[in-house]
Design a protein around this ligand. Structure first.
Ligand code: LER
Ligand code: MN
Length: 272
């Protein structure tokens, strides 16, 4: 069954970004649970920014789980990328992601590689850069296995990376890995910029999609843009997707409205 999740950012440097809640994990858990969400997705500056015992108490009290943990703070705060031309920086990036896997894993939450994939240019061409990305995904995907969670890799739109922009190219990248423990994140915002047909892209990516960022065309809450959610939801259901539809959206007009609007849209898509 597809479950709902809502994002909470603890990263000040990411203010203005597409995350719903910004006022700490306790407040996010309270609101998420009141609205009937199944989970929260955490965007944290580092693994040590969250007190895990306190988090577990909150999750239990509110009947929530953690859907995923973002790793983008490695880029936003520390300028790290898994495809940096400098080998020492690449190693730091892998260490950061590994530490986020070690944080999320015991909670049953996969880590997401989004902006940490970087981009190609300078001394490294696209093929060489994709090689570096593949090596990192391979190692980190295998590392996540011990927690029985996948590693989630997110194709981004062309303005955020020049490596992989579509689900199909993501599938090709994953097919080239020895591990099967890396899955794709289908972020509907990136997809509506890059895909010819979102529902078709989801059908073609069946079995490879491990997480969904559920958001409208303008990166606002579902229903506040012009996305046609009917065929997208049908494609997810018909292909047997059973992960999270997680709201990664701007808190517009405010966090509470974005969260309540999305759960309404989620229920229309997946609970009818
Ligand atoms: C970035 O645009 C995004 O979609 C995030 O999920 C990646 O960190
Ligand atoms: Mn996303």
């Amino acid at each position: 069954m597809i479950r709902s999740a809502v994002t909470v950012s603890l990263v000040e440097e990411a203010r203005g970004g597409p995350f719903v809640f910004w006022d700490g994990i306790p407040a996010a858990c309270r609101s998420a649970s009141e609205l009937g969400y199944d989970a929260i997705e955490i965007f944290a500056p580092s693994p040590t920014a969250v007190d895990v015992d306190e988090l577990n108490t909150l999750l239990e009290r509110h009947g929530l789980t953690v859907a995923a943990v973002g790793t983008g703070a490695g880029m936003v705060k520390h300028g790290l990328s898994l495809t940096d031309p400098d080998a020492a920086k690449r190693q730091q990036a892998r260490d950061f992601v590994r530490s986020m896997i070690d944080f999320g894993g015991p909670l049953g939450a996969p880590a997401i590689i989004g902006s940490m994939q970087g981009r190609w240019g300078g001394d490294l061409d696209r093929t060489a850069t994709l090689g570096l990305l593949g090596e990192a995904l391979q190692e980190l995907g295998e590392h996540a296995l011990q927690f029985q969670v996948p590693l989630i890799y997110e194709p981004l739109n062309r303005y955020e990376t020049n490596l992989i922009n579509t689900v199909a190219d993501g599938v090709e990248l994953l097919r080239g890995l020895a591990t099967e423990n890396v899955k794709l994140l289908a972020d509907l915002f990136h997809m509506q910029i890059e895909e010819v047909d979102l529902a078709e892209a989801i059908r073609a990516g069946a079995g490879f999609i491990g997480h969904v960022h559920f958001v409208d065309s303008n990166r606002r809450a579902a229903g506040f843009g012009h996305m046609d959610f009917g065929p997208i939801a049908a494609a997810l259901i018909e292909t047997g997707y059973d992960g999270f539809a997680s709201v990664e959206a701007f808190p517009l007009p405010d966090s509470a409205t974005a969260a309540s609007q999305t759960i309404k849209a989620f229920n229309e898509c997946f609970r009818n």
